[in-house]
Ligand binder design. Sequence first.
Ligand code: ATP
Length: 232
Amino acid sequence: MIRIQELEKSFRLQGQTLPILKIDEWSVAPKERVALIGPSGSGKSTLLHIIGGVIPADQGEVVIDGHPIAAWQESKRDAFRARHIGYIFQDFHLIPSLTARQNVELVLDGSRKPSSRKSLIDDWFERVGLLDRMNHLPSELSRGQQQRVAMIRALINRPPVVLADEPTGSLDWETASSVMELLLSLCAQERLTLLTVTHDLHLAQQFPRIVNMTDINLLIAAKPQGSGRAAV
Ligand SMILES: Nc1ncnc2c1ncn2[C@@H]1O[C@H](COP(=O)(O)OP(=O)(O)OP(=O)(O)O)[C@@H](O)[C@H]1O
């Protein structure tokens, strides 16, 4: 469960304070799959980064499965993220010199027996349709295939919360649609909470719940129409 209360976030830029987020109350239920949409600059990525503990909030509560991460120091947030959160990025963040399989092996718990590591990895590559490509380097895979590998890496340890920031943003529409469908079905099968930022309303419609930043970020909701920010 993700629960946010009285959250505020500003950035300092060239000596000025830019208020970005003001959210009174918002939550995502356990195992819920939510698409986060909204105008460019409305704070979608910033919100995801705060929930993931990448950056701190200025004020308010961010509670993930009972853990009040907003109040924590960076090192404690980092340790929590490593255990509790799977992150998927638009540009995959695979290590180019390692094969697809090695990229996944990096995140696996070293205490597993070699035979159980092998069967777990084989099983996940089969689930995403890449069993025959696991010994290839990222540069030898298509962008959609690279994102499938990144998805395995984010999900294989079954983190309770998965955060995806424009995971299909660099893919063509057909590939994006199938990658998003796969992400949704894997999170449903593994019973993981999924929060995905997307610009694409058609892709968002694959999700059981769509949340628009204009409905939760009071700084955006307060802006009049045509204030210069692009619509979704
Ligand atoms: N580190 C930072 N320093 C200063 N300003 C920042 C920083 N990070 C984000 N911002 C500003 O915060 C606002 C919200 O950015 P954010 O990336 O969260 O929006 P977004 O809704 O994800 O936008 P997009 O859909 O275009 O990716 C923008 O005006 C951005 O310029």
